[in-house]
Design a protein around this ligand. Structure first.
Ligand SMILES: NC(=O)c1ccc[n+]([C@@H]2O[C@H](COP(=O)([O-])OP(=O)(O)OC[C@H]3O[C@@H](n4cnc5c(N)ncnc54)[C@H](OP(=O)(O)O)[C@@H]3O)[C@@H](O)[C@H]2O)c1
Length: 329
C-alpha cells in the first residue's frame, strides 16, 4: 500500500525533513496496521534529526501517534479493526500516514479522548507519570523545581505534582509563559533572563524556600541549567535529569555530589518505565484516570499538517511554545 511520510536522509536543521512516498507492507506476525489520525511531536524527535541521538538513515521520526486499527497481522487477537489506539515507543516512524506496530505496544484509547489530545498526552503524560510515580518522593521535601515548566511535559508535570501536594517552582524562558504555569498550580514561576543564563537561579530558589532549597529538581534543559539545578537542591535532594534541550549534561564526580550536600542524581527514561507491556497499559490507565480527575491536562499549542513537520520542529526549537505540537495526516 502506498503511503506518505516524513523522512530525513541526513541529520541537520528542520529543512532535512522531507515529504516522501513509501510502500507499506501488510502487517507481519504480532503486528497491526494503524491509520494515524494525529501524531505527537516530541523533543526526542529533534535530538534524532540533529544527530544528537543517532538513528540509521534514512529515518522517519516520531514515537507517538493516535489512530485506528486498520488491519491485523497473523496471531493478533486482542484488538479489532476500527478500534482507536495510540502508542509511545519506537522504532521511530510515527510521522507517517499509517504504519505497522507491535500489537502488544498499542494502548486502547478512551472514547472521550479526542485523537489530537491523545497525541498531545500519551508520550508526555507517561513521562510525567514516571516522574510523579517512580521518581518523586514527597519525603525529600515539599518544594520541587520544574524546568521548561510551560513545555509539553512541563505543564503536565507541574499540574500533576501540584495536585499531589508538591510546592512547585516553575522555570520558564519568557514572561509570556508565566500565566499558564501559574494556572497549572505552580506556587512560584521564575523567568530565566533573555539569553538563557541560569546564573542567579539557585539564589532565587533559596530565597523562595527560606534558604532550604528544593527536595527535587526536574531538569529537561540539560547543559545550560545543570549547575544551577545542583545548587538549588536541599541536602539529600534529587536531581532528576530527564532531558537535554540545551545540550548534553557535563560529567559530574560522585564526590562532588557528596560535597554539595549528599545529593542524588538520576537519569530516568520513559522507555525503561514502560518496557513491560503490562506496565505500559496500566500506566496509561492511570494517566487516563488522572485526566478524568483533571489532575493532568493535555494542552495543544499548535497543530500542523503532517507534511509541514519542518515548521513544527522549528517552532518547538524556538522556545516559544506553551504546550504540545500535534501533526495531522
Ligand atoms: N527522559 C525521558 O524519558 C523523556 C521523555 C519525554 C521528554 N523528555 C524530555 O523532556 C523535555 C521536554 O520535551 P517536550 O517535547 O515537552 O518539549 P518542550 O518542553 O515543549 O520544549 C522544550 C523546552 O525546553 C526549554 N529550553 C531550554 N533551553 C532550550 C534550548 N537551548 N533549546 C530549546 N529549548 C530549550 C524551552 O522552554 P523555556 O524557554 O521556557 O525554558 C522549550 O520550550 C525534553 O528535554 C525531552 O527530551 C524526556
Amino acid at each position: 500500500m502506498l503511503i506518505h511520510q516524513i523522512q530525513f536522509q541526513t541529520t541537520g536543521a528542520p529543512e532535512v525533513l522531507r515529504w516522501v512516498g513509501s510502500e507499506l507492507p501488510a502487517p507481519g506476525p504480532g503486528e497491526v496496521r494503524v491509520r494515524h489520525r494525529a501524531i505527537g511531536v516530541n523533543f526526542i524527535d529533534v535530538y534524532q534529526r540533529r544527530g544528537v541521538y543517532p538513528v540509521p538513515l534514512p529515518a522517519t521520526p516520531g514515537f507517538e501517534a493516535a489512530g485506528v486499527v486498520e488491519a491485523l497481522g497473523p496471531g493478533v487477537e486482542d484488538l479489532f479493526p476500527g478500534q482507536r489506539v495510540g502508542y509511545v515507543d519506537g522504532p521511530t516512524g510515527a510521522y507517517s500516514e499509517a504504519r505497522n506496530h507491535p500489537a502488544d505496544r498499542l494502548i486502547p484509547l478512551p472514547d472521550d479522548l479526542p485523537d489530537d489530545e491523545a497525541a498531545a498526552l500519551l508520550f508526555k503524560g507517561l513521562t510525567a507519570h514516571m516522574l510523579v510515580r517512580r521518581v518523586w518522593r514527597p519525603e525529600r521535601g515539599p518544594w520541587v523545581l520544574v524546568h521548561a515548566a510551560a513545555g509539553g511535559v512541563g505543564r503536565l508535570l507541574t499540574r500533576w505534582l501540584a495536585q499531589e501536594g508538591a510546592r512547585v517552582i516553575g522555570v520558564v524562558g519568557s514572561p509570556l509563559k508565566v500565566p499558564e504555569v501559574q494556572a497549572e498550580g505552580a506556587e512560584e514561576v521564575l523567568v530565566v533572563p533573555a539569553g538563557g543564563s541560569y546564573e542567579g537561579l539557585a539564589r532565587e530558589v533559596r530565597r523562595l524556600t527560606g534558604e532550604l532549597g528544593v527536595g527535587t529538581v526536574f531538569d529537561s534543559v540539560g547543559k545550560a541549567s545543570f549547575a544551577a539545578s545542583l545548587d538549588s537542591l536541599a541536602p539529600f535532594g534529587l536531581l532528576a535529569s530527564y532531558g537535554n534541550a540545551s545540550g548534553p549534561v557535563p560529567a559530574v564526580e560522585t564526590a562532588e555530589l557528596g560535597r554539595r550536600g549528599s545529593l542524588a542524581l538520576q537519569r530516568p527514561s520513559i522507555f525503561h518505565h514502560i518496557a513491560d507491556p503490562r506496565r505500559l497499559r496500566s500506566a496509561a490507565v492511570e494517566l487516563f484516570e488522572a485526566r478524568a480527575q483533571d489532575r493532568v491536562r493535555a494542552c495543544i499549542h499548535a497543530r500542523f499538517p503532517l507534511r509541514e513537520a519542518a515548521e513544527a520542529h522549528a517552532l518547538l526549537e524556538s522556545r516559544t511554545t506553551r504546550g504540545a505540537i500535534v501533526l495531522l495526516p
